[in-house]
Design a protein around this ligand. Structure first.
Ligand code: CUA
Length: 167
């Protein structure tokens, strides 16, 4: 088989690119153990309460400073646990003043779930063994629905919570 000069050049370029790609991917994924940016912290999937943030009393909204909040959420089939209210009832709703910087931290007790605050850039996969976290500024008032974007079983479509941003 006869190859033209340009065919050869492009063939070498193609194979070269593939090698470069595989080396970069291999280095990032295996050597450095890179995970998605939102999955920096590991957690015991069978005991998420061993992590301070996911102890029952630390779930839900915590005020850090005037316009900074942390929200810790324990996800499980088919519920988002935002902690308990004054009456001891488990809630899946929080209220945040407009303009707040909010750090969402989510861990799952069982299978893979999603955590998508519809209408915002908060959209995470929640994997067993990892804390998914993302910080955002909630500057538009309204009630946002949190939905699960990962099929997690029969009650998947029932899994939701709400985040209210008020003026
Ligand atoms: Cu949780 Cu789908």
């Amino acid at each position: 088989m006869h190859l033209h000069k340009y065919e050869k050049i492009w063939l070498i370029f193609g194979i070269g690119s593939l090698i470069v790609f595989l080396v970069v991917l291999g280095y990032g994924a295996f050597w450095q153990g890179t995970h998605p940016q939102s999955h920096g912290v590991t957690i015991d999937p069978n005991n998420i309460e061993s992590n301070e943030a996911f102890k029952p009393e630390n779930l839900g909204l915590t005020k850090v400073s005037d316009d900074k909040y942390i929200v810790n959420i324990a996800a499980s089939a088919f519920f988002y646990d935002f902690g308990k209210d004054e009456e001891g009832k488990t809630v899946n709703h929080i209220r945040i003043p407009k303009g707040s910087t909010v750090l969402f931290q989510v861990a799952t007790k069982d299978v893979v779930h999603g955590f998508h605050v519809a209408g915002t850039n908060v959209n995470m996969m929640v994997e067993p063994g990892y804390v998914s976290s993302l910080e955002t500024v909630m500057d538009k008032p309204g009630t946002y629905t949190v939905v699960c974007n990962e099929y997690c079983g029969l009650g998947h479509h029932l899994m939701y919570a709400t985040v209210e941003v008020y003026e």
